[in-house]
Design a protein around this ligand. Structure first.
Ligand SMILES: Cc1cc2nc3c(=O)[nH]c(=O)nc-3n(C[C@H](O)[C@H](O)[C@H](O)COP(=O)(O)OP(=O)(O)OC[C@H]3O[C@@H](n4cnc5c(N)ncnc54)[C@H](O)[C@@H]3O)c2cc1C
Length: 389
């Protein structure tokens, strides 16, 4: 079997590779510098490789939709570890604003977001509203021409770096659970907002609790209709799950795993010689191949406007399980040597811990199983189920 996108796409892939080869890594070799990343993102956008679906007037590339080209760009950028211009919250709010925002909201927020001048945090989860997101209680009252917001959010990734939050609030306290929710844009660098970091088991501080105490946002910062924010949220969640499910991440992690298995010694021989490890590596590679083929199959169906059926519900769960399996094997190869926390070992231990968080972020694995059972397999609905952030 020969798998590929065809000659036209092969030529496009070469073009993208050449472009990346000229622009990344940057001349001074500093992969983490904000200026270098920004310069690359601007050049790639001008060339038509990034922000492809976004009109030029909002700072995008305005290319015709082409799923094959989008996939090729994603693969090549990931392979070269080049910046893809994606800051987590930004990738969610921009498509949501394109779909639901007023012209004024699009004009004010999209271009500065793509430039990185505005950075967004996602204010969905609350202490008692995660999977059952519609139970959220943070409230907003319209007083004159402003919304006054009170309540608390939790697990807010990058809120400490963000300038703004797209936030779900309860605006109709007496309406049924899903009906009284609105979607607001809030400047979070104001006196009424307190951002408190939560320390993760990786020792990083990536997410936060956020408290609103009479915080304010103008009346026209409502996205979609008042009390109809649940529909707007569905768009955001769709983009979140497809972002998490990209297979390129697990492919590059697997390559690193094989490399480590060749380098790390067990009983005087490279770990890759151990039959149990070889067997597990082979099983993982088999799963990766099936994920790759299934993803290409779905891409091909998508390119030809054919329904991909139940497959669209599977990748997030499958990828999460695979990332867990890869990082568990890495941990076994390292043999839980937590005393040596330097360099490559620390990276793998962190990856292991991150794989656990992936099974929660963007809707937990149990919730994904429910979705597959109900929407994919047509099984009866779980009466207690909401939707995760
Ligand atoms: C790395 C990371 C980043 C995050 N970033 C953000 C962010 O930026 N903004 C934001 O708003 N939120 C964010 N979250 C929060 C995330 O969306 C929630 O943690 C998630 O939706 C689960 O909610 P919960 O933590 O309240 O768990 P719960 O909903 O309390 O779930 C606890 C357990 O019960 C299970 N469960 C619950 N309901 C059902 C059901 N009906 N059927 C079967 N099992 C069920 C779950 O699967 C889980 O195992 C982030 C989380 C993580 C891990």
């Amino acid at each position: 079997m020969e798998l590929g996108f065809g000659a036209e796409y092969d030529a496009f892939r070469q073009e993208v590779r050449d472009f990346i080869g000229q622009h990344w890594p940057p001349a001074d070799g500093n992969l983490k510098s904000r200026e270098n990343e920004r310069a690359f993102v601007i050049a790639a956008t001008e060339r038509g490789y990034l922000h492809r679906a976004i009109p030029k007037r909002f700072g995008g590339s305005e290319q015709a939709a082409d799923i094959g080209k989008a996939e090729i760009i994603r693969e090549e950028l990931t392979k070269a570890r080049a910046p893809a211009g994606r800051i987590p919250g930004n990738g969610l709010v921009v498509p949501t604003l394109l779909e639901w925002g007023t012209e004024d909201q699009k004009d004010r927020f999209i271009a500065p977001t793509l430039r990185g001048d505005i950075v967004w945090a996602q204010g969905f989860s609350e202490p008692n509203a995660g999977s059952d997101l519609a139970s959220l209680r943070t409230k907003a009252e319209l007083v004159g021409d402003k919304w006054i917001i009170n309540g608390q959010k939790i697990w807010t990734t990058h809120a400490h770096k963000a300038t703004h939050m797209f936030c779900l609030v309860r605006t109709e306290p007496d309406a049924p659970k899903h009906a009284g929710i609105s979607y607001l844009l809030i400047d979070i660098r104001q006196p009424g907002v307190t951002v408190r970091p939560l320390v993760q088991m990786t020792r990083q501080k990536e997410f936060n609790e956020v408290f609103f105490d009479n915080a304010e946002t103008p009346a026209d910062m409502l996205v979609g209709e008042r009390g109809r924010g649940w529909n707007v949220t569905r768009s955001t969640l769709k983009h979140e799950r497809s972002g998490i499910s990209s297979m390129t991440w697990s492919l590059s992690m697997f390559r690193d795993l094989v490399k480590m298995a060749k380098e790390v010694e067990r009983d005087g021989a490279p770990a890759i010689k151990d039959p149990r490890i070889r067997e597990e590596l082979a099983a993982i590679e088999g799963q990766l191949m099936s994920l790759t083929y299934s993803t290409y199959r779905a891409t091909s169906h998508d390119m030809h406007d054919r329904d991909i059926g139940p497959f669209q519900t599977m990748p997030k769960l499958y990828m999460t399980e695979l990332a867990g399996r890869i990082s568990r094997l890495a941990r076994d190869i390292i043999e839980d040597d937590f005393t040596d926390m330097g360099g490559a070992r620390l990276k793998w231990i962190e990856r292991f811990m991150i794989s656990l968080s992936m099974s929660i972020a963007g809707g937990t694995s149990n919730i994904q199983r429910n979705i597959i059972a109900e929407r994919g397999l047509g099984l009866p609905r779980d009466r207690s189920q909401g939707a995760g952030a």
